[in-house]
Ligand binder design. Sequence first.
Ligand code: HEM
Length: 142
Amino acid sequence: MKNTIFAIMLTVLVIGGGWFYYNFTQYAPKTYVKDIEVTNSDDTANKNIISTTINTETGTTSTTTPLFTLTSIASHKDASSCYSVISKSVYDLTMWVNIHPGGKGAILSICGRDGTEAFMNQHKGGDKFMKILSRYKIGNLM
Ligand code: HEM
């Protein structure tokens, strides 16, 4: 009988202690808000890339589409960071500069600015090209 009572007390102590430790000590899990970029590689260029914010405290998520001004895009104007606008969508073409089958120069010529006209003149906005572009979408023009 004594042993049973002892065992029950021990169990309560261990579980209760663990619960207290987990919730109320400095080691309790921290709540934090995490930003994740969701990139949809199979999307067509017109779908929005969204930035999802998950609040781990409440479990809620909120989504936004990053917006860029032409002024902010203008600072990404060379091979080290190349942003371009095509049909009001913003693309980070930094990776594409070096692998574009038509050469680096063509892409570098549209870094930091609206490249819609140059792109349309060359590739006519064909499906194949839009699909490649969609991989690099980072947001929309404000
Ligand atoms: C920014 C997005 C662009 C993408 C995704 C893209 C994609 C491609 C692809 C896949 C090719 C291979 C040819 C083919 O498959 O038909 C190509 C070739 C070529 N691209 Fe682009 N391109 C882009 C922008 C541009 C721009 C802005 C120019 C010119 C100002 C350009 C000029 C060329 C040229 C001259 C060729 C080689 C000739 C040809 O095949 O038409 N490209 N591009």
